[in-house]
Structure formats: C-alpha cells, structure tokens
Design a protein around this ligand. Structure first.
Ligand SMILES: [Cu+2]
Length: 323
C-alpha cells in the first residue's frame, strides 16, 4: 500500500502568491493606454483618481491575499482527501461524526474573515460616497436616457448637452468603437468634481473605471458621488445597468483638461465660470478682477448664497401673498 506524503499547505500558498505577483508584475511592466480597456487585460485599468487608488489598495492588499489563502487552503484539503482518504489508501473509513471544536472553528473563522473585509470595505464605500466633507470645485449633473447621456453644469450658466456614441461609419482615427462619443464630458484636472446622477426613463449606471466611479442613475432620484482626475487625458466608461436594447450604445467619455482649457470650454458653450459670475454680480468689477483666485471663489460663494437667500425670501414672500 502506497501512502503519499502530506503536501504542506504553505507550499501551495507560496506558489499561488508567486503566480499572482507575477501576473501583476507583468501588468505593470508594459505601458498600457490610460482610461480605456486594452487587449488581454488581466489587471485593473490604471488609476486616475484618489477613489480608484483606494479601490486598488483594497483589491491588492486585502481581497487578493484573503482569496488566495482560502483557495490554497481548500485546494490543500482537497488534495489531502484525494490522496490520503481514497478507497485504496484508507480501506476502513472512520465513522466519526460531529466535532464540537472543529464546528466552532469553522463558524468563527469565516466570521473573522468577513469582519476583516467589511471594515475597510465600509470605509471605502463612505469615502467614495457624497462630497459633504470634500471641497467640490465643480458640480456636474448626469442624466441617463434610453440610450445616451445628458450632461449639465448647473452652476456655470446654461451649459448642457447630449452625449451620443459614434456610429461605426463615422469613426475617425483615434476614436474607439462604442467608447468614443460626439460630446464628451469635460472636467478640469486636480479638481473635486461632484457628480449628481439621475435618469429620465429607466435605471442606468454611470461608470468610469479609471476614476473608481459607478453610480446608479435612478429616475426621480439624485445619487451623488465624486472624483478627482489627477492627470489630464481621456477616460472611458460604459452604462453599467442593463437598460434596454441600446444599453451597449451609450458609452461615457470624460476629458480631463487643464483649468484654463476648461474655462475656455465653458465659455465656448455659452456658460460662465464662477469668477466671471462674481464680477458681473458685484459692483466695481475692475477691483473684483484683480482679486486672488481664493478671494474670487469666496466672493462667488457669497454671491451664490446671497442669490439663494434672496430667492428663498422671494419664495416665502410670494407664498405669504398667495395665502
Ligand atoms: Cu443605460
């Protein structure tokens, strides 16, 4: 009777970790296009925002080691069972049932593993959530339609446009099929962008992998998330909630540009940057034009608040008059 020597689970574990490490090293060695998928992609797209950095950290340093250890452990158990307890090696099987200690362990260990994952997972979830504790320099409203996206810059005048995919016959060199759009969303680099997501018909989902953003667009509801593009470039995503026949034909294209280029873009669209709004609202605009950007922003905020208070007062007044 032959008895196969026990395989130490540690060997399996180190083998698996070496495999995963090799895989991610191979991914890092080559330079891949930023903000878009590429052929034979095995790792996550390169990050371009703080939330995505955190997602990557969570994946690489918590999920991957835990999952690798579990796979190695279960695989080791299977091998032990196959070789040590087959009919040839173990002709008279034990009839033992129940082992209190073992049952306590196999209940407790998964609980500990889940708790270990849950704590950083919730932390990340709240970090990626609304912008209450951040300083959004731009608010963008995203509306999902069957089957295209609508973009608005609510605080920069009347700037809004639709974003449709480019048909195959109209693709120009450099365009990506089912990823490029006729009107990309343009945002300034290094700015916290508050994204308010909603939909006009069915549920869609606004998702840009390089920013770590995936937010459901629900009719009659506004969901909020944020991102900060930490480099200029073009970043692509797709609608990520099955929304009907044209689901595959409503890609997302975000262009992160310099702050100057962003101001130019808004001007070209007929909108106004906060600084211009402030100088138009406040008397002595020459003085306002000379103010430092921070002072300008404060002034803009003040003007904004003033407008809001006046509006509220007016509303209250008209309500009273109506009564
Ligand atoms: Cu959709």
């Amino acid at each position: 009777m032959t008895r196969i020597k026990k395989i130490h689970p540690l060997y399996l574990f180190s083998g698996l970790t070496a495999f995963f490490a090799g895989m991610s090293a191979a991914g890092a060695a080559e330079t891949h296009p930023v903000g878009q998928p590429y052929e034979w992609e095995t790792v996550l797209q390169a990050s371009a925002s703080p939330v995505r950095d955190s997602v990557e950290h969570f994946h690489d340093h918590i999920l991957l080691p835990v999952i690798a250890a579990i796979v190695a452990f279960v695989f080791g158990l299977l091998l032990i069972i196959i070789f040590r307890f087959n009919a040839k090696a173990n002709p008279v099987p034990s009839k033992t049932t129940h082992n209190t200690m073992l049952e306590i362990i196999w209940t407790l260990v998964p609980i500990i593993i889940l708790a270990t994952i849950a704590v950083p997972s919730m932390k990340l979830l709240y970090y990626a959530d609304a912008t209450y504790d951040k300083h959004p320099g731009l608010t963008v409203k995203v509306t999902g339609y069957q089957w295209y996206w609508g973009y608005e810059y609510p605080k920069l005048g009347d700037v809004s446009f639709m974003s449709n995919y480019i048909h195959d016959e109209d693709l120009k060199p450099g365009d990506l099929r089912l990823l490029s759009t006729d009107n990309p969303l343009v945002v300034p680099v290094d700015t916290d962008v508050r994204v308010q997501v909603t939909a006009a018909d069915v549920i869609h989902s606004w998702s840009v992998p390089a920013f770590g953003v995936k937010m459901d667009a629900v009719p009659g509801r506004i969901n909020e998330t944020w991102f900060r593009a930490d480099k200029t470039g073009t970043f692509y995503g797709q609608c990520s909630q099955l929304c009907g026949a044209g689901h595959a034909y409503m890609p997302i294209e975000v262009k992160a540009v310099s702050k100057e280029d962003f101001a130019k873009f808004i001007k070209a669209q007929g909108g106004k940057m906060p600084a211009e709004q402030a100088s138009a609202a406040a008397p002595g605009s020459a003085q306002a034009a000379e103010m430092k950007p921070a002072a300008k922003a404060a002034e803009a905020k003040k003007a904004d608040m003033k407008a809001e208070t006046t509006k509220a007062a007016e509303e209250a007044g008209s309500k009273k008059a109506g009564e």
